[in-house]
Design a protein around this ligand. Structure first.
Ligand code: G4P
Length: 532
């Protein structure tokens, strides 16, 4: 079905960069922004990073919240496309948000440090992409350093991440002898010249990857690359768009972000290969991006600058239709009407306030708690999008109040922070102490700070002995609620209920989980719970 909106949808690309800290995400982001002319934003990306390095103190981070809201979505124009780049926070501010952002993108760009190969955070983020069949492009960075051999890297990515790698470029040499990349599809070599401020499109190009001039000029490095390409051509399958779109094949590019080398090729590949926004699934029906009526889903909530006002910004991914400033929207869960006049724009190079947005775009709606994580917004239709995941926490803390008279405030504060997705809260069956669960350490600091400053509760947050959590269910065919009750009764010392009363098994060691899975074959153990 094509409509007036179809051209707007087709020209949109919404993606995130996933990488391990220090692989070069910030550098690459800045270079990508430079291509689109959004130079002033590039500065703020660096500023944010600098602030992160300076301190891990939450007070300081809070001061940076303004910057972090602004840089969490960056919109840019490139060729005839509008590109939305969503930030996936790393370092200390790694949190559940990081995972959830990946539910709002249509593709991901994976940055690998060529010296370090596949690193833990990349692996974690990639698992989330794989679970959703998100197409992935791979950029192997830092070729100007002494790094691993490209064949070894390719092998590692395939083995560790379970994707077939299809090289689009291949490096000639590395480190001091990095000569450039052979472009296997355009049949040319782009010659590397170092320099941070080098303008793209000015690099030397030699036609023909078998051109004898290349052998004369780059000698052994070229010969090695040519030999490797032979091997790769025999072993690797041809690029297959359907396989790429299903997240099973990843095109691989080599370059050096800091030298602005290989960056434009990746951006071009993103425009050429990454999908535009497509159908989204709601409980009631599927929703096409070019339908006339607006719909969207809240995938992230961020507390705003001023704690006294308890302002939050809800990040909404537009799923269909057209958003216009001042339009009426319905929060399907509560039936409340919303008419936001101030909507945060993420394209500061062009306009201050957002006027319109289409499927794939992200809008930020300031509110005082009207919007919750997973909420669907429509022009009136009762739709509920599915698939906003909650991830099993990997870190746990006990939380108590110093002053028992404040117990009510503690519960109220934790409920709200839980709705925002700042933390997960569990009530163990035995005992009265609440447990907090997170995937990033900073989540605890943020919660303790906000409980004190926004809810007037001094909380005592102490280490808990758990390290593994799994939501438990039992299919009706396997005994359903009765079998689940038997399991819960038999394990009550390690069962807790989460914010929506879903029973959760809490364990100290992963090995225990395997034993319990063996003993209870009818029970299903989930590392991910979807918001319904
Ligand atoms: P991140 O956001 O993924 O954490 O990484 P970031 O871009 O900050 O890059 C981490 C470090 O790697 C930075 O150095 C950056 O300059 C460097 N880097 C990025 N791309 C390349 C590359 O292609 N080649 C080389 N040799 N280095 C690269 P830093 O010393 O930590 O910071 P800075 O003071 O240079 O900004």
């Amino acid at each position: 079905m094509a409509s007036d909106l179809t051209p707007h949808v087709r020209r949109r690309r919404t993606f995130a960069i996933i990488s391990h800290p220090d692989a070069g995400k910030t550098t690459l982001t800045e270079k990508l922004l430079l291509f689109s002319g959004a130079i002033q934003i590039a500065g703020s990306v660096k500023a944010r990073k600098a602030s992160r390095h300076a301190t891990s103190d939450w007070m300081e981070i809070e001061k940076q919240r303004g910057i972090s809201v602004a840089s969490s979505v960056m919109q840019m124009e490139y060729r005839d496309c509008t590109i939305n780049l969503l930030d996936t926070p790393g370092h200390q501010d790694f949190s559940e948000d990081t995972y959830r952002v990946l539910t709002a993108v249509d593709a991901a760009l994976m940055v690998i440090d060529a010296a370090n190969g596949v690193e833990p955070q990349t692996r974690r983020l990639l698992q989330v992409c794989r679970a959703r069949n998100t197409p992935i492009l791979t950029f192997v960075n830092k070729m100007d350093r002494e790094v691993q051999e490209p064949l070894a890297l390719m092998d590692e990515i395939e083995r560790e991440l379970g994707m077939t790698v299809v090289p689009f470029t291949w490096p000639v040499g590395m480190g001091k002898f990095f000569g450039g990349v052979l472009d296997l599809r355009k049949d040319q070599m782009r010659v590397f010249t170092p320099g941070e401020d080098r303008i793209a499109g000015t690099e030397e190009i030699v036609d023909g990857i078998t051109n004898p001039a290349l052998n004369e000029r780059f000698g052994a490095a070229y010969e090695q690359a040519a030999g490797e390409i032979e091997l790769v051509r025999d072993a690797a399958p041809a690029f297959d768009e359907a396989e790429f779109l299903a997240g099973r094949q990843t095109p691989m590019f080599f370059g050096s972000a800091v030298n602005n080398f290989g960056v434009q090729e990746v951006l071009d590949a993103l425009v050429n290969l990454a999908p535009s926004p497509s159908t989204r699934t709601a409980i009631q029906r599927t929703v096409e991006p070019d339908e006339a009526k607006f719909s969207g889903v809240v995938f992230k909530i961020q507390a705003n600058m001023d704690p006294a006002h308890r302002d939050r910004i809800a990040f909404v991914r537009v799923a269909s239709g057209k958003f216009e400033r001042g339009m009426r929207m319905k929060v399907v869960r509560s039936g409340k009407e919303l008419r936001p006049n101030t909507v945060v724009t993420f394209m500061s190079q062009k306009r201050e306030l957002l006027d319109e947005a289409y499927a794939g775009d992200i809008i930020g709606i300031p509110n005082h708690g009207v919007l919750q994580l997973g909420d669907t917004l429509t022009e009136g239709e009762a739709l509920q999008f599915t698939g906003l995941p909650f991830f099993a926490p990997e870190l746990f803390r006990s939380v108590e109040v110093a002053d028992p008279l404040k117990t009510k405030q503690l519960r109220a504060g934790l409920t709200q922070l839980g709705e925002e997705g700042a933390i997960q809260v569990f009530r163990p069956i035995l005992g009265t102490v609440l447990l907090l669960g997170a995937v990033g350490q900073l989540q605890f600091e943020v919660v303790a700070h906000r409980l004190e400053h926004e809810y007037g509760v001094k909380a005592r947050v102490t280490p808990a002995r758990y390290n593994v959590a799994r939501w438990v269910t039992c299919d009706p065919a396997d005994g359903g609620d009765q079998e689940l009750k038997r399991f819960i009764d038999g394990n009550s010392h390690r069962i807790a209920y989460d914010a929506v009363n879903a029973p959760t098994l809490l364990l100290e060691y992963a090995a225990e989980l395997r034993a319990i899975e063996g003993n209870w074959p009818k029970i299903r153990f989930h590392a991910l719970r979807e918001h319904a």
